[in-house]
Design a protein around this ligand. Structure first.
Ligand SMILES: Nc1ncnc2c1ncn2[C@@H]1O[C@H](COP(=O)(O)OP(=O)(O)OP(=O)(O)O)[C@@H](O)[C@H]1O
Ligand code: SF4
Ligand SMILES: [Mg+2]
Length: 368
């Protein structure tokens, strides 16, 4: 199980045109990934998805919050011990071509980590070929056909399957798929997504699914939680289907409204909406981060920063209402309003939440 609490990552950037800038890549993100479970993150480009994935795999550091894996707080471990934990969390990147060494065959790509893993576990090193064949079969490839091949001799879908097989060589407990199908031919995407779903079911591997594509999040993250990130902050969270079918945060509604409908089969959701302005990260936003673009902004939004509270519990006098009246620091753990949220409930950070139907509705279903 992974528990992330108030993860914050800030970058200081220096550019000759842009000057010095502070980029808040992540602002107090927290989530729980149960063993064998799935958590998806969606949000527009630059909202912090990859940064989060890298932090979870130890490829990036964070400057606030804590990361607990199987009850162990990773920052308290020595580097070597920490490395051991991170090895069980493997990341699948969006570009399978650059993830593979072009000068190495599939056999060599899988051979090294498999031999190393055999030494670690005390298994006979000579059995690595068998294991390589087993893993390739598991990811839907014909071992004899692909083992001698170089990456350029494989299709994009095959390459991504090899990347997944390589991730499996270390017997991971968690896979982090960062836009894992966005660079793959459309015809092969479903196969890779089914594979990820299948690995969860067959091997009990937990999945962190990072995407800007709602349909894939819905397919792979089925039964898990969906987190909607805006400018490094989770603004809505809940069961994947619930958030997609009944989003309550205006940003989620704008994001889902941009999903194209399948002509002839679907009609646009009746409450479709769009941001009122383009994203401008430079102007300070003391209140709600989405306020300058929000189609439903009210009086309170420009001044106070809303924190995550359960949907439906905003009545005056509740803890949740209190949390949003008081507001909280934009960065750090306060944003999550820990005692105002409920594990795996539908929560949002908005003063004026309203359930709206924005995703495509089956033709005829809206009027039925
Ligand atoms: N090493 C870095 N130095 C400075 N800024 C960075 C660095 N890495 C990420 N950022 C900034 O942090 C923010 C989040 O970046 P990130 O790559 O996590 O976004 P993303 O949601 O994955 O975007 P995309 O959908 O385009 O992949 C961006 O504004 C990005 O420019
Ligand atoms: S708090 Fe206000 S500005 Fe922010 S999303 Fe809600 S309505 Fe819009
Ligand atoms: Mg990214």
């Amino acid at each position: 199980m992974i528990q992330a609490r108030g993860i914050t990552r800030t970058y200081q950037t220096h550019g000759s045109f842009t000057g010095d800038r502070t980029v808040h890549a992540l602002r107090g993100v927290d989530f729980t990934l149960p063993d064998g479970g799935a958590v998806s993150f969606i949000g527009e480009s630059g909202c912090g998805k990859t940064t989060l994935g890298k932090i979870l795999t130890g490829l990036e550091t964070f400057d606030g919050g804590e990361l607990v894996v199987d009850g162990v707080e990773l920052s308290k471990l020595r580097p070597r011990q920490r490395e051991k934990y991170f090895r069980r969390i493997q990341m699948i990147h969006q570009d399978p071509y650059s993830a593979l060494n072009p000068t190495r065959t599939v056999e060599a790509t899988l051979g090294d980590p498999l031999r190393m893993r055999a030494k670690e576990t005390g298994a006979p090193v000579s059995a690595w070929r068998e294991r390589a064949a087993e893993l390739l079969t598991l990811v839907g490839l014909e071992p004899a056909a692909v083992l001698p091949k170089y990456p350029h001799q494989l299709s994009g879908g095959q390459r991504q399957r090899v990347v997944i097989a390589r991730a499996l060589t270390v017997d991971p407990t968690v896979l982090i798929a960062d836009e894992a199908v966005s660079m793959i031919d459309v015809s092969m995407r479903l196969g890779i997504l089914s594979l990820l779903r299948d690995l969860r079911a067959r091997l009990g591997i937990s999945l962190v699914f990072i995407t800007h594509d709602v349909a894939t999040a819905r397919y792979v993250g089925d039964g898990g939680e969906l987190h909607v990130i805006y400018r490094g902050e989770v603004v809505e969270r809940g069961l994947t289907d619930e958030v997609i079918l009944s989003p309550v945060h205006p940003y989620t509604q704008c994001l889902l409204s941009a999903v194209p409908v399948m002509r002839g089969l679907e009609e646009p959701g009746p409450d479709r909406t769009a941001p009122t302005a383009a994203l401008d990260e430079r102007t300070p936003t003391p209140g709600c981060l989405f306020q300058p673009r929000c189609p439903f902004a009210g009086a309170q939004c420009a001044e106070t920063h809303p924190v995550l509270v359960p949907f439906g519990a905003d009545a005056v006098g509740t803890d949740a209402a209190e949390a949003n009246v008081t507001g909280a620091d934009v960065t750090g753990a306060d944003v999550t309003g820990a005692d105002a949220t409920e594990e795996s409930g539908h929560v949002h950070a908005c003063f004026y939440p309203e359930s709206r139907r924005v995703v495509g509705v089956e033709v005829g279903a809206a009027s039925a």
